[in-house]
Design a binder for this molecule. Structure first.
Ligand code: BGC
Length: 744
């Protein structure tokens, strides 16, 4: 007994150490570690703490010269001028005692100069290879100017379109988000680390997208099971893909702000996943722990953050101001500081910053807006647009007189979307310009509304022009500034008089095509009766105009699918396809008008839905039309019963039954019928884009390892529970017939 009590703690420590994966997630090597150790051993405590400090720089380099020279800054953000970046690096490398280069960060979120569709649009391509290419291009352009760290990808699952930051992520689904996140990490960092590698920063860790009511910065109340099953997997996938850095989030989850949350930062991220990259706070999120009421002052929150596992402070100045004192007083161990500095230096060494701190200013210019970059951005914008409705008006027939109207038809700034800091509107090609080019002499332009929020009572000029045309193209949506950080909305209808404009156009009797360019899925149900076709393009970026002209003309067939559920009305939020099954699943509708006067108290429909809006969304997750049609047949599994280590082998035939070539996004969903906890009604487990010629039919084989069906069950472990399952192969999350199988 005595012996056990002495050895037990040691055994537990040993077990904890063993459970930590020993392979470096960032790809560090013993040589890199040795170099980091050598540097660390030469550093004073103040120099170490300086590395943990990130500052935003604006104005002239000389304003920061002393701090950089004195080793009080490890990283800067928001400088993109290559000459200034070189000047900053010169101060750090040539004038500071140890010559440690700066890590230069920037929010390169969906392209640098060449702006790609917003991330939500990129997600609707369901094309990770293209998304990876876009991230590579962003890295080529940004690193050429000296930016070696981007605060992207944002992996926050967003199930509430009121949240403005839904624009910045991949939508509501864990699986899709994970695939897009990995692709971006690979693209930013490159296959091998070299001077074109830009360290990815996966953010915001964690749960930020679940902000109450979609109000940005709000609290979240996610259980460990929700975190494990829904919110954490994209981060884990991105860590496995080699993401070098991670950012904490602003929100408190169940009362604990992320920047002080040792459970997620230390236990999960470091110990379980073995992450050896750098953890940075979000902008002043350390300081905001005081505002949250989680710490008394900057010193207190600095202590809490470093102990929880934060390595670098973005803009609180908490570490530079108080960490030395905290270490000297014994409140914080120097070992914690060393850990943080190691994580920072490791990234700097891996990026090759010591060897290549400077950039070639002239060469940098040639890389921006390269033709191949613009071409990839155009392809991305083509693939990201989702055709939500079409009565055959699209594609446009040749020779028509076209009226182009609407506030987004010629809005070069707005079509770039949120977080396009380095995008330049004079490089944007708008739909108006592209359509004039594609249909010379056929286009008339009457804006109708100058910007998306504008109010107007009459549209006589537009309707008169519509009457003189054969078809109307109305470009509606949101200005860029209406989505993104701190831009939550409580009403998701088209703003200003846009719906009135559409109704007026419709009243002319001419066919009307609505093209919506927005940062989120707006509630367009009331607009559907007023248009013959609806093409939903999230803000499509620099090449949005040509891409939309390609789609409207039929030169390219739409193939995007919704990465998020489209609501009928905002009151349905949050509504997402992979919800748990309730005890009273929706099955029939007694609607408001069916209720008699003075009806006695009953449970009416007896199921889970709204009396006024039912249970269904306007468009489900994974939905999108094409100019052709696809049919799925012969869907079969190779077996009925699988072991946990086996692989589902699914076969099917996909046919393009129409007369145009097209691409279908084939989706596989699975449902675990009975679990130790209730499971979602469907979960995406596979998707792939399949191009098919008109009339072509192709047999497909899809393999899904059974272990992909694992979840965090009641016993707090991650495993596949034996039992009955169903599987759907379909073109969206609400279609298809289930195929049954078992896992034993
Ligand atoms: C945002 C982050 C961003 C950071 C740096 C914060 O306000 O939440 O996503 O990376 O600013 O610009």
């Amino acid at each position: 007994m005595k012996q056990i009590s002495i050895f037990l703690p040691i055994l537990i420590l040993a077990a904890a150490a063993c459970s930590r994966p020993s392979v470096s997630t960032t790809g560090s090597t013993p040589e890199v570690e040795a170099r980091v150790s050598r540097l660390l051993s030469q550093m004073t405590l103040a120099e170490k703490i300086g590395q943990m400090n990130q500052i935003s720089v604006g104005g002239s380099v000389s304003d920061y010269a002393e701090a950089v020279r004195n080793g009080q800054v490890g990283s800067i953000l928001n400088e993109v001028d290559p000459e200034k970046i070189n000047a900053f690096q010169r101060l750090a490398v040539e004038e500071s005692r140890l010559g440690i280069p700066l890590l230069v960060g920037r929010d390169v979120i969906h392209g640098f100069h060449t702006v790609f569709p917003i991330p939500l649009g990129l997600a609707s391509t369901f094309d990770p290879a293209l998304v990876e290419k876009g991230a590579r291009i962003a890295a080529l352009e940004a690193t050429a100017q000296g930016v070696r760290w981007t605060f992207s990808p944002m992996l926050d699952i967003a199930r509430d379109p009121r949240w403005g930051r839904i624009a910045e992520g991949s939508g509501e689904d864990t699986f899709l988000d994970a695939r897009m996140g990995e692709a971006m990490v690979r693209g930013y960092q490159g296959e091998v680390l070299d001077t074109t590698s830009m360290a990815a920063c996966i953010k915001h860790f964690v749960g930020y997208g679940a902000a109450e009511g979609g109000r940005d910065y709000n609290s979240t109340f996610l259980t460990e099971r929700q975190l494990r099953n829904v919110y954490l997997p994209p981060f884990e996938a991105a860590v496995k893909a080699g993401a070098m850095t991670l950012m904490t989030s602003f929100n408190d989850n169940d009362g604990v702000p992320s920047t002080g949350n040792a459970f997620v930062l230390d236990e999960v991220l470091r110990r379980e996943w073995g992450f050896d990259g750098l953890v940075v706070t979000d902008w002043n999120s350390m300081g905001e722990m005081i505002v949250h009421g989680f710490g008394t002052d900057r010193k207190d929150v600095a202590e809490k953050a470093v102990k929880a596992g934060v390595d670098m402070d973005m803009m609180t100045y908490g570490f530079v101001s108080h960490l030395e004192e905290l270490v000297r007083s014994g409140a914080v161990r120097e070992a914690d500081v060393d850990r943080a500095v190691r994580n920072i230096l490791r990234v700097k060494v891996l990026l090759g910053l010591f060897e290549h701190p400077y950039v070639d200013v002239e060469a940098a210019k040639a890389v921006q807006y390269a033709p191949a970059h613009l071409e990839a951005a155009r392809t991305a914008a083509q693939e990201s647009a989702v055709l939500l409705a079409n009565d055959g008006t699209l594609p446009l027939r040749e020779g028509l007189r076209i009226l182009v109207t609407g506030p987004l038809a010629d809005a070069p700034h707005d079509q770039l979307g949120t977080w396009a800091f380095d995008g330049e509107k004079n490089h944007t090609i708008t739909p108006l310009a592209a359509l004039r080019d594609r249909f010379p002499g056929q286009v008339t332009y009457v804006p109708g509304l100058r910007y998306s929020r504008e109010h107007r009572d009459r549209f006589d000029d537009v309707t008169a022009a519509a009457r003189r045309s054969d078809v109307v193209l109305a470009f509606l949506g949101e200005e860029a500034i209406l989505s993104g950080e701190a831009h939550s909305l409580a009403d998701l209808n088209l703003k200003g008089s846009q719906s009135d404009l559409l109704a007026a156009l419709h009243s002319t009797g001419k066919p009307v095509v609505a093209v919506v360019m927005a940062g989120r899925p707006l509630t367009v149900e009331r607009d559907l009766p007023h248009c013959n076709a609806l093409l939903y393009s999230f803000h499509p970026g620099t090449m949005g105009g040509p891409a939309l002209a390609d789609l409207l003309s039929g030169d390219v067939n739409p193939s995007g699918k919704t990465p998020v559920t489209f609501l009928r009305t905002v009151g349905q939020a949050p509504l997402y396809y992979n919800h748990n099954r309730t005890g009273r699943p929706y099955n029939r509708e007694t609607m408001l008008d069916d209720i008699g006067l003075e009806a006695g108290q009953t449970s009416l429909g007896n199921t889970s839905y709204y009396l006024d809006y039912g249970a269904y969304p306007l468009f489900p997750f994974g939905y999108g039309l094409s100019y052709t049609e696809f049919t799925y047949s012969d869907i079969a599994l190779d077996k009925e019963i699988y072991g946990p280590e086996e692989t589902l082998d699914i076969s099917l035939t996909l046919r393009n039954t129409g007369s145009r070539d097209g691409t279908e996004v084939v989706q596989v969903y699975v449902r675990d019928l009975v679990g130790s906890v209730t499971r979602p009604v469907r979960e995406l487990k596979h998707f792939e884009r399949v191009p098919l010629k008109a009339g072509e039919s192709r047999p497909l084989r899809i393999r899904i390892p059974v272990r992909e069906l694992a979840f965090w069950g009641l016993d707090g472990t991650w495993k596949v529970e034996p039992g009955d399952f169903q599987l759907w192969v379909a073109g969206d999350s609400a279609s298809g017939e289930p195929v049954s199988f078992k896992v034993n």
